[in-house]
Design a protein. Sequence first.
Length: 385
Amino acid sequence: MEGTAQTGGPGIRAVDSPMGKTWVITGYDLALRVFGDSDTFANAVFRSKFLAVGQVPRTEPDGTPTQTLASDPPIHTRIRRLVSNAFTARRVESMRPGMEKLATELIQKMLDAGPGADLYPALALPLPSTIICRLLGVPESDVPAFRGWSDTLVQTADTADLDTVRAAKNAMEEYFTELIALRQREPEDSLLSELIHKRDTDDALTTSELQGLAQVILLAGLETTVNQIGVGVVWLLSRPEHWERTVADPGLIPATVEELLRIEPVAGDGLPGVPRYTTRAVELGGHTIPSDTIIWVDTAQANLDEAKFACPHAFDLNRGANQHLAFGHGIHHCLGAHLARVQVQTVFAKLVEMVPALRLAVDPGELTITSGTAVRGYRHIPVAW
């Protein structure tokens, strides 16, 4: 977002932007406060009022507020309650053996085709794609189409062509309209069929809510986890001492994943943070923020707040409870956080087990990370062993 910092204090600064004076939160405690007060710092109101102006991902190119997990209470409360059972720790852990089997198969296929490979299409992309499709009930053969739509929809406003974005959004909506109709006729053991059943028996979800929810789950499940795997592997392989330490002690993998989530976020460079919109005047960080003001929570900076994390830029596996904000906080805390964690842990565990000599095939400086998108990552990760 273009703008010039004007005033501020510890953990907060004012920025002039095309949308007027906005505020960026970089302090951990202030971020918790904003995320924890959805009455004062609204989500859907922001999207409804300012989406068409620009500077946010164009997943809703006409500026219409979504009626899914991005909404505010009471809509958000009802929808989240309906879908939360699909993402409980117990259910996700029951999926771990299947993830391990899939990771083993993908890595073995990569090894058989070796001695080198591109880790992105070989592992980072297909594993989360397959897992989220299995969970939701989307045919895995349709993943390529979703990747094309997703690549378009995660572009930030200053890089996106509105007609192209609208076409991608319409194509995805049409796809889910047809898939929902199919699952009504032919239900299966999947989240989508479960939600359709709840809608048909309890009138709990409207068709538009069901469509929107399916899109959010699929896009979020694809983009963030795919890129977190790629970014994490590149970070470790770029620092052989950390990779070798992980190979020597796989028990460090959970802590490694948490530190990577904290210091190496996949949030894109086109946005200053997670947007919220003040519904009333509020005191925040020593400043009076008027009503109808945009607040951006920069979780990447909050995760480096030295008031919360000692030596915040250091990769430290002894932090204990690593309460980072990579998955947000409060009522909008990512429902799929544990699912993402388990997938990244599984990939790391299988790589150190099956390919302990894994290394980057090029200098890290030759790798290109995506820009101008809401989620950053690598589209090519050449590796050798």
